[in-house]
Design a protein around this ligand. Sequence first.
Ligand SMILES: *Cc1c(COP(=O)(O)O)cnc(C)c1O
Length: 417
Amino acid sequence: FQNTKEFAAQKDEQDILKSYREQFIFPQHQGKNKIYFTGNSLGLQPKKAKEAIEQELEDWGTYGVDGHFEAKTPWYSYHEYFKKNLAQIVGAKAEEVTAMGGLTGNLHNLMVSFYQPKGKRVKILCEAKAFPSDQYALETQLRFHGLDPEVALVELSPREGEYEVRKEDVLSKIQELGEELALVMIGGVNYYTGQVFPMEEITAEGHKVGALVGFDLAHAAGNIELKLHEWGVDFAAWCSYKYLNSGPGSVAGIFVHERHADNQELPRFAGWWGTPSEGRFKMEKGFKAAYGADGWQLSNAPVLAMAVHKVAIDLHVEAGLKNLLHKQRELTGYLEFVLNDISEGTQVNFEIITPKERGSQLSILTHGSGKELFNKISAEGVVADWREPNVIRIAPVPMYNSFMDVYEFGQLIKASI
Ligand SMILES: *Cc1c(COP(=O)(O)O)cnc(C)c1O
């Protein structure tokens, strides 16, 4: 790597994904694209999104209720169009995934089935500083079962003076909890530090002590390589508006491992969309779950949100998961290089706390006047994310960010210091 404009321009020229930048709408700053580094919070809008929503509105106007079967993309089976691509993105079989609901609601719903405290086995293991919504979900699940979160919720913290949770600490905590452990529920990629947890090993260790294992993949889906089926993960949930560019609050997704696909004995909070599609309109008494992840669906498909999700997911798979991962390593590596280059020889006032096991995001711990630095670069057209008390999260995403974005970002940081 070189911290020069020529080098960045050359990398962009060689980038096989360069045309995808043109497929997205960038917020503007003084007539230029903003340096948008918050795809980990809300991905940019695909240009085709508008047309996709307009198509559904038109079909709604034309067909009314008959759009369920007559629309260009019939609404009745809309959730089925995602299976193949979502399965690729999270490393699953098609029957193991479905697009539905919202992330937190889905987590609750899955825990109804997969968190069943019994006797001594009541504890849930999660990471310290989990995303607040996950903390609230876990805490209230425990209370729902009459348990005290102070006792039954076990949090994994980094060691004193460190930022990442060490793998050996996760695994030994699982062993230590042993038969008291009912569920491991961790964010696959920590939203704050950007650490990728060793999901395969955590799953194996959890299963060894007789616990079930689920992951929140909000920051993982569309960001890192996932092999949920192969790893044997019991369940997972993610949202689609971060790295999957499907729009604010858009439809989320779930994974349920094949081994649970046909288990009619699992407790569920069910809805009509969770029954096999053939018999659904018979409106018969008595819930029978559809095979696989579909058996957790509740409501009919939110088509307007799904229309954008479809455009975004199709683009993602078309760009190619391998290509995206390759560019991601380069782009994030370049950002790291540029930041280190700038901090050398100056008064270093920031530090990258994201470990090497990472996706697109680098979290920068700022010492001293971090908020001022953040405000300065924001005023210059950078969209980054400030987390109290002193962290700037930056996510150059391979889908639409460029090496020039990274170079220019570096120049702005340098000038601001
Ligand atoms: C973004 C995010 C959420 C948001 O949950 P919603 O239900 O989609 O509002 C939850 N958990 C994690 C880990 C997240 O990163």
